[in-house]
Design a protein around this ligand. Structure first.
Ligand code: SF4
Ligand code: SF4
Length: 346
C-alpha cells in the first residue's frame, strides 16, 4: 500500500524520495525476497518483493519491475506504508538504473544459539519446515550479467551463516572476484577458517553476537554454554590477522532491559573486547522490547547508551550503533508526532 503525503513530493527537478534498498537492494530470506531487512522504524520495513520464494525461478527482471513500480509511486509523493519514517528514506537524485549494490543474505534455517529474544529459537518448528535453498548460483549469475556490483554493500544475517553448506564457497566467490567488503553476523560459536582468511584479506567485517560481559548473563540470554568458546574464537580471529584486520572484528551487545542493562555488564563486555584485541564494539537494543516501549524509553537506557559510547571511546574502541538503537536515538531527537504515532496512540 502506498500513502500520499505532500511532504514527500520533491520540489527539486529530478529528485524524489527513495532509498538505496528500493533502488538497488535485495534480501534473501528462507521463504521470501524483500527490498531490505530494516524493521525498527514505524512503518515496519521488510518491504516485499516476492513472497513464497524457495530458490526456484529467480527472475531478476521481475524484481526490477517491482522496483520500477515503487519508483513511479515515490516520484508522485506516494510512499510505501512500510517505509514510513524510515531513516533510509531520502530525497535525492537517484540514478534509476537496474543493478544490485545492496544485498542481505539471510536464507538460513538453523542456528547454534538459542537467544531468548529470537522468534526462531522459540519456534524452531516453523523453521524446520522451510526449504533451505542455495544463494550462490543466483549470485554468480547476477555477477556474470554485470548486475551485482563488486562494490556492493553485502551482509549475512539471521541464523548462523557459518553453518550454511555453501558459506565457504560464497566467501571464496567474493574473495576470488575482488568484492570490496562484506559483513558477517555470527554467533561466534563456530570458528571459520575461511572467515579468518577473509578478515586477514581485509574484505570481511565480522560482528559476533555476545550480549553479555559475563558467562552467567551470556547463558541466561543465549541458553547455550558457549561463552568461553565465543571469547576464544573472537580472540583467535583477532590474533590471526594484522593490525588493520583487527578493526574488522567486533562483538555486539543487544541491550535486553531487565537482564543485561547495567553499567557493570557493559563495562565487563567492553573490557573483554579490549582484552581480546578488538578495536570495535557494536550496541543495539532488543527489538520486541523497543517496539513495545519506543514512546516511553526509561531514562536509564539513554544513560546506558551514553555510558557505553563514552567508555568505548576511552578504551579506544570504535563505537557503532545498530538499526533499532539508531531509531531510538532518532526518535529522541525527532520527537515530533507522525501519522503513524497519532494512529497508534488513539
Ligand atoms: S523500509 Fe527503509 S530501507 Fe526498507 S525499503 Fe523502505 S525506505 Fe528503504
Ligand atoms: S544468533 Fe540470531 S538466529 Fe540465532 S538464536 Fe540468536 S537471534 Fe536467533
Amino acid at each position: 500500500m502506498f500513502i500520499y503525503n505532500e511532504k514527500f513530493v520533491s520540489k527539486k527537478e529530478g529528485y524524489y524520495y527513495s532509498c538505496p534498498w528500493i533502488e538497488h537492494g535485495l534480501v534473501f530470506f528462507p521463504y521470501k525476497l524483500t527490498m531490505c531487512c530494516n524493521c525498527g522504524h514505524e512503518g515496519g520495513g521488510h518491504v516485499m518483493v516476492r513472497d513464497n520464494f524457495s530458490g526456484k525461478n529467480f527472475d531478476i527482471n521481475r524484481i526490477f519491475k517491482v522496483k520500477e513500480i515503487y519508483r513511479r509511486f515515490h516520484k508522485k509523493g506516494k510512499i510505501n506504508v512500510n517505509c514510513m519514517n524510515c531513516n533510509y528514506l531520502k530525497e535525492e537524485k537517484w540514478n534509476n538504473e537496474n543493478y544490485l549494490d545492496h544485498l542481505y543474505i539471510s536464507h538460513w534455517t538453523k542456528c547454534n544459539s538459542k537467544c531468548i529474544y529470537c522468534y526462531e529459537s522459540n519456534f524452531p518448528e516453523d523453521f524446520k519446515n522451510k526449504n533451505l535453498y542455495e544463494v550462490l548460483p543466483i549470485l554468480k549469475n547476477l555477477y556474470e550479467q554485470g548486475l551485482l556490483k563488486r562494490e556492493a554493500n553485502i551482509a549475512f544475517g539471521g541464523g548462523e551463516p557459518t553453518l550454511l553448506g555453501e558459506f565457504d564457497d560464497i566467501i571464496k566467490f567474493f574473495m576470488d572476484n575482488y568484492f570490496i567488503r562484506f559483513r558477517v553476523h555470527t554467533s561466534g560459536i563456530k570458528y571459520s577458517e575461511t572467515l579468518a582468511q577473509a578478515i586477514n584479506a581485509l574484505i570481511a567485517y565480522v560482528v559476533v553476537s555476545i550480549d553479555a560481559g559475563t558467562k552467567e548473563t551470556y547463558e541466561k540470554i543465549k541458553q547455550v554454554p558457549c561463552y568461553e568458546k565465543v571469547r576464544d574464537n573472537v580472540r583467535k580471529y583477532a590474533l590471526n590477522t594484522t593490525f588493520l584486520g583487527r578493526d574488522l572484528i567486533s562483538t555486539k551487545f543487544v541491550i535486553i532491559p531487565g537482564i543485561n542493562d547495567t553499567k557493570e555488564e557493559i563495562e565487563k563486555w567492553l573490557q573483554g573486547n579490549r582484552e581480546d584485541g578488538l578495536y570495535a564494539s557494536v550496541l543495539d537494543i532488543e527489538e520486541n522490547w523497543y517496539l513495545e516501549n519506543r514512546y516511553k524509553i526509561p531514562n536509564h537506557i539513554y544513560k546506558l547508551i551514553e555510558y557505553t559510547e563514552k567508555r568505548s571511546k576511552q578504551l579506544n574502541t570504535y563505537f557503532q550503533t545498530y538499526e533499532r538503537l539508531q531509531n531510538l536515538l532518532c526518535d529522541k531527537q525527532n520527537k515530533k508526532s507522525s501519522f503513524f504515532r497519532k494512529k497508534r496512540i488513539k
